[in-house]
Design a protein around this ligand. Sequence first.
Ligand code: TXA
Ligand code: MG
Length: 336
Amino acid sequence: MGPRILTVDPWNPEPDIIGKASELLLSGRLVAFPTETVYGLGANGLDPLAAARIFAAKGRPADNPLILHFYRLSGVEEVAFVPPQAKRLMELFWPGPLTLVLPSKGVVPAEVTAGLDSVAVRMPSHPVALALIERTGLPVAAPSANSSGRPSPTDAQAVASDLGRGVDLILDGGKTSVGVESTVLDVTGERVVLLRPGGCSVEEIETRAGVEVLLTGGGIHRSPGTRYRHYAPRIPLILDIDVEAYFQKDAIGRLRKGRVAWIGMRAPDIFPGEIGNDPELCLLFNSLENYARGLFHALRTFEDAGAELIVAQWPPSPAGLGRALRDRLARASMKE
Ligand code: TXA
Ligand code: MG
């Protein structure tokens, strides 16, 4: 038997469904719910045992901290110090796909923060997420609702297939709109540091908030979650810019015709006649936004369609969502 799934109206979530989900969270159980980025696996963010359930369900390394989700600013102030710069970013970009790492007040259990003296906070814009968080009155801890290392889920089916009965309830609010996770910024110091590129672009943050975002400076080391291979389908994924190098090592002859999948914004120019004929194995997007929205779902679809190799177009520029896409593709193509 699979997990319990309840369909919920993504714009006007039914109060009785939100009520059921909220009761589960309040009793320490796990509820997966849609956010505008990806589906989250929610638990009471103040309950160490509930947080431990998240790590068990995902198979997540214990040293990778969770993001707490809020529906109002005053909730954040109960668990973290909010420097003026962070306040301004919240006012400009919340609710929305921006997570801020703030100095912790020590209220949040170490199971959630992985023992760090900082805590990651975000206010999602999805009506279902907001209604659920408001109803619980809690900070809701929620990582992406995938098994650790797998592509993040952008629909309820992906959550169910990864987590099965490890999750007590899935709220099915349809496909998520952004498709990649939130941007994570460290605002604990004087400089604003990018820990993970995501749905909110660095350029927009810099322009609208008038701050400079440091791109280097150790994102890999400072954000535990960015250390691992991630977002990886079960079949190898290579970047279009690496195709030649790849096939010097791995003979193309071993691949059956037509089993190479392609994803990107331009038509494939490799393996003419072998790739791009099967619509199931060739996905083209007309904008970066749509590429980001469709990427994770496509990786899962290609697996189901029996692809043996995925070739993904490397976005030509890091501007806008290109930075998040590059990051996800680079991690999905990492060997181990
Ligand atoms: O869009 C999103 O952010 C989704 C939805 C569900 O909200 N959530 C999500 O969570 O992507 P997760 O757990 O998959 O990624 C959280 C990232 C990880 O890279 C983690 O290491 C980092 O945030 N993080 C969390 N707390 C941190 C902290 N105190 N310091 C540095 N990095 C932190
Ligand atoms: Mg994740």
